[in-house]
Design a protein around this ligand. Sequence first.
Ligand SMILES: [Zn+2]
Length: 187
Amino acid sequence: MLHSTTIHLPEWINEVVDWQRRYDNDDEKMALAITLSQQNVARGTGGPFGSAIFEIETGKLVSVGVNRVMPLSNSSAHGEMVAIMLAEQAVQSFSLGADGVARELFTSCEPCAMCLGGTLWSGVKRLVCAATAEDARAIGFDEGPVFEQSYQYLRDAGVEVVRNVQQPAAAAVLQSYVQDGGTIYNG
Ligand SMILES: [Zn+2]
């Protein structure tokens, strides 16, 4: 029986990500998440979703994630979860806020039910989304039981939520995925 599994990013990540760069504003940060989603489609390494986690105060990039569900045979390997797991390994804590450094998650598409829960448990203080759940559903992806109250729960827990940042660019990546014949798993 297997006793472990591995989550890893595609090999092209370091061609796309500048780990030394400081990101000054939401547009720069979201541009990275959307670029990751677009490259993941273009290079055939997973579904059309990308995420990135930053330190809020410094703009330092902590981790990135792309959807790896099919390549890794792992239904949990959504972009947000991959970014969260790698960030937690980077800071060596199950909480991305326990050390007093506030961190934020940028995602190219509003989180599914799993990832919205994962966002809450991760300890990030801010969630910023591009494409909407409706954009994902429009190409056949099911986001699961996510309700407006779910977002309010996060806000009540101290997580700032910002939506529709660069939504058209992120939605265009979703459309390109389906136009190129990308597989809609869990559809
Ligand atoms: Zn998800």
